[in-house]
Design a protein around this ligand. Structure first.
Ligand SMILES: Nc1nc2c(ncn2[C@@H]2O[C@H](COP(=O)(O)OP(=O)(O)OP(=O)(O)O)[C@@H](O)[C@H]2O)c(=O)[nH]1
Ligand SMILES: [Mg+2]
Ligand SMILES: [Zn+2]
Length: 445
């Protein structure tokens, strides 16, 4: 079967991996157990997914091009996990996977950040690193494409104010399936492939840099204490991830907000800090230190770590909404952390610059919320602090909606993200993945 899958639309050089992890249920299985999704309209109904889904099957007939044939002789191309029956993006068969969890309290800025990060990576990877960053499966990434369109191009007019809606705890970014006979709700992964462009200078490293990245955007409520259930393991990706981005929102922390008010000479124009501006500002009722503690407890429980053992996967604390509290950070500058070095023909990632900023942010957090730093660093081996802004500016307060609430809105033409791609590069580097070349300290001089 392996040779059959490789023969159709994949360069012959790329070998099929012997084992893969499902990005929905994290079940690891030998690749020759992978199922196909039938395409004949008469083969509706699947044992695990219900009546409206196409039947999943283990093929035994193939056409001359190597595509699996379903019971009605129709060639099938989509693949599915043998455990949960959900669709597995094809590039996962050929390239190493890299799983990233995005965690954080409700309204901490996860969805805006996720959309900005992906939007920027699609641009920066080909332009600055000669790598392609693209959807592993466009249908599975429909939601993130919608976010990107809304946030950056606008559906018709880039000057028309828009908002990304709050992530729901149910709906089309979740899938219901039967696992061990129980109806189970799983979070939809978003997956992307990274592969070198023909202009990539290190062709012999092509296999090392190629990968499929899977990420998750949950509702903040799913990270709150008490929300982790065996039949709704929507945040179990935390235990399977190669890196975790925990989003901390300074505008939701009273100590941070007070420090901002003291630091800024003029009134701050963000309704999330300055309540006199009005607007329907969403906030988490649960303290963000508690959300971090809960996340750590879940990872330890599901990876069977002892209470005193530290988590080994890197943790990036992403401080969001930097535009609202930039002055407090007192950065000397905030330049992008990569540049063309003399000794390499493409840009190199300046890890030491990111670490210098991380120290500045760590000091600020130690001053304002030392308990948060304590929780992170006593439980995780590698912690880095990175400040970002998904939008680059404050939201404006819109006209009252039908419920009389005034929404927070952005005009796509005005959105200018700051450093949103850096947590991704850093997560990869910290996890020992070769995605972008590193700039040596000497080259940075
Ligand atoms: N000033 C500023 N506000 C932001 C930024 N990113 C998001 N926001 C605001 O933060 C609010 C919450 O953002 P979301 O991305 O929806 O937060 P979330 O973490 O996905 O929330 P849930 O889906 O409820 O978990 C929105 O009202 C945005 O206007 C930013 O970079 N700067
Ligand atoms: Mg969200
Ligand atoms: Zn699965």
């Amino acid at each position: 079967m392996s040779s059959t899958i490789s023969s159709s639309n994949t360069p012959s050089r790329m070998k099929i991996k012997p084992q893969i992890s499902c990005p929905h249920c994290w079940h690891q299985f030998p690749t020759d157990q992978i199922l196909f999704i039938s395409e004949s309209p008469d083969l509706l109904g699947d044992l695990k997914l219900g009546d409206v889904e196409q039947l999943r099957f283990l093929p035994y007939r193939f056409d001359l091009g190597g595509a699996a044939l379903d019971a009605h002789g129709i060639a099938c191309h989509k693949l599915a996990c043998p455990n949960c029956h959900l669709q597995v993006p094809r590039p996962l068969l050929y390239t190493p996977s890299f799983f990233i969890s995005i965690a954080g309290a409700p309204a901490s800025g996860k969805s805006y950040f996720f959309a900005s990060m992906i939007w920027k990576l699609r641009k920066i990877m080909p332009r600055d690193f000669y790598m392609n960053f693209t959807d592993a499966d466009p249908t599975m990434n429909k939601r993130i494409r919608e976010y990107e369109t809304k946030q950056f191009t606008g559906n018709d007019d880039p000057n028309k104010p828009v908002a990304i809606e709050k992530t729901d705890i149910q709906g089309d970014i979740y899938s219901n399936t039967l696992i061990d006979g129980h109806l189970t709700l799983l979070a939809q992964p978003f997956s992307f492939t990274i592969s070198p462009l023909p202009t990539y200078p290190f062709r012999n490293k092509a296999e090392l840099v190629s990968q499929t990245v899977c990420m998750y955007d949950n509702a903040g409520e799913s990270f709150l204490p008490g929300a982790d259930h065996a039949t709704q393991p929507v945040t179990r990706h935390l235990a399977a991830s190669d890196a975790i981005l925990f989003l901390f929102d300074p505008t939701q922390d009273l100590r941070f907000k007070n420090a901002c008010k003291q630091e800024y000479k003029q009134p701050i124009n963000d309704p999330q800090i300055n309540s006199s501006l009005g607007g329907n500002v969403r906030r988490s009722d649960t303290n963000q230190s508690t959300v971090l503690t809960e996340m750590i407890a879940r990872i330890k429980a599901h990876t069977h770590l002892a209470y005193n053992e530290k988590i080994k996967v890197p943790l990036i604390i992403v401080l969001t909404k930097l535009d609202a509290w930039f002055q407090l950070a007192k950065f000397p500058h905030y330049k992008k952390p990569w540049k063309q070095a003399k000794n390499i023909p493409i840009n190199g990632y300046n890890i030491s610059r990111v670490e210098d900023y991380s120290l500045i942010l760590r000091r600020l957090l130690l001053d304002l919320i030392p308990d948060f730093v304590g929780i992170a660093e006593s439980s995780v081996e590698k912690v880095t602090y990175i400040a970002v802004s998904a939008t680059g500016s404050a939201p404006e307060v819109g006209e009252p909606d039908k419920d009389g609430k005034r929404p927070l809105l952005y005009r796509p033409a005005n959105i200018k993200p700051i450093w949103v791609e850096v947590p991704f590069f850093h997560a990869q580097t910290m996890a020992g993945k070769y995605c972008v070349p590193l700039l040596s300290k000497k080259a940075d001089k």
